[in-house]
Ligand binder design. Structure first.
Ligand SMILES: Cc1cc2nc3c(=O)[nH]c(=O)nc-3n(C[C@H](O)[C@H](O)[C@H](O)COP(=O)(O)O)c2cc1C
Length: 362
């Protein structure tokens, strides 16, 4: 049992419902007092999907945004100060009456927000919906929407290239094997098989393929072997959605984004995702294509399948970013949105709060 004040328990309990890559939940929380705690991103589990800290910074920003919403609901003001690139000191202060925030309208969605990897309805988002979402971003951030069939098709092709690389590269085999939870129902430590967005038959085939590394590598050498999976995981969902989007810093307003800027971007994306949820719209990030392309851009050697990685980078920049004049190093989030066609039968949930709190010094 943690010895936390009721308010702090409430705030931390909301905080850890942030999204994280593959539901890794890489956070360590040190409580210094009822009004002060530190959150650190643990980098012990760094793998090919988070060699650079971008996804972890997104996720940390999302966690702090959740804490901020919960703090407001308890009449508190939250101030975050970055300690270093991967940790932040969080100070809570009592509101004076004139600072009081009355409306915490996103709070109810912290625990219901969840990624949906199934195809969505193709109905476009209304102008009004898009305006509300754009208002979640800071003034130095821009969003590009991709809505017509030609754009969807180019993104679908690029996403298939990303999955083809991911499923074939030896560096990702163990990660895929470890993160999928094959049991039915919710998963507190990984991705439940029922939330992957694939049919029961494909799930069986995937399990068989991942069962042995030698089998996985043998399949990886067969041309076309990843095609059925990437059609189901990427092509169909990419074509069946309301829109794709790319969110980036405006290079004129934020020429060289720092870790603090990317943390701020995480806050904005959490507001964005919660606002979507409130509007009954769902979202799936397609982040791997972004992360791998950034590695290529930065000259980071992350796979022996170098040619495929370069092709993916060329597809993302040439087919998706350049037509909208978006600079790759300024991008911080990519995904698709739409009204749900199917709600996953299971979702990723979170480890108990005790898991994250390294020491409670209250
Ligand atoms: C930075 C970041 C990148 C992510 N990238 C992907 C992605 O490429 N594909 C995907 O299906 N989900 C992606 N997710 C969603 C996470 O897998 C998901 O949030 C996590 O498993 C927890 O599940 P929940 O959002 O349903 O609570 C990403 C999440 C974050 C924060």
């Amino acid at each position: 049992m943690l010895n936390l004040s009721d308010d702090l328990q409430f705030i931390l309990d909301a905080a850890v419902w942030a999204a994280s890559g593959d539901n890794g939940q890489p956070w360590e929380i040190t409580v210094h007092s009822d009004m002060h705690f530190t959150v650190r991103v643990k980098r012990d589990d760094v793998n090919v999907f988070n060699i650079t800290p971008l996804p972890d910074l997104m996720s940390l920003g999302m966690l702090i945004e959740n804490a901020d919403l919960a703090a407001k609901a308890r009449g508190k003001h939250l101030r975050a100060e970055m300690k270093d690139e991967l940790s932040a000191d969080i100070f809570l202060e009592e509101h004076t009456p004139d600072q009081a925030v009355n409306v915490v309208d996103l709070l109810p969605y912290i625990k219901t927000r969840s990624v949906n990897r199934f195809p969505f309805k193709r109905k476009a988002l209304s102008v009004e919906h898009k305006k509300i979402l754009e208002a979640c971003l800071d003034e130095d951030m821009t969003i590009a929407w991709y809505e017509n069939n030609a754009e969807r098709f180019r993104i679908a092709r690029m996403m298939m290239a990303s999955t083809n690389l991911r499923l074939r590269m030896p560096e990702s085999y163990q990660i895929h094997k470890d993160i999928i939870d094959w049991n039915e129902g919710d998963s507190a430590e990984g991705l439940p098989v029922q939330a992957l967005g694939i049919s029961a038959l494909s799930a069986k085939a995937l399990k068989w393929m991942l069962d042995k590394e030698s089998r996985n590598q043998m399949m990886a050498r067969i041309p076309g072997a990843t095609l059925p999976t990437s059609l189901e995981l990427d092509f169909i969902p990419a074509m069946f959605c309301g829109a794709h989007f790319v969110v980036a810093f405006d290079p004129e307003k934020c020429p060289e984004p720092t870790a603090a800027d990317f943390l701020r971007a995480g806050h904005a994306m959490q507001r964005f995702w919660l606002t979507l949820t409130k509007q009954h719209i769902c979202m799936q990030p397609w982040y791997i294509a972004l992360v791998f392309s950034l590695y290529v851009d930065q000259g980071i050697e992350f796979t022996t399948l170098r040619k495929q990685a370069e092709k993916l980078h060329a597809k993302l920049t040439g087919d998706v970013l350049n037509p909208h004049n978006i600079s790759l190093p300024h991008v911080f989030f990519t995904g698709r949105v739409g009204a749900p066609s199917k709600i996953p039968a299971a979702r990723s949930v979170r480890r108990p709060l005790e898991h994250f709190v390294a020491s409670a010094q209250t």
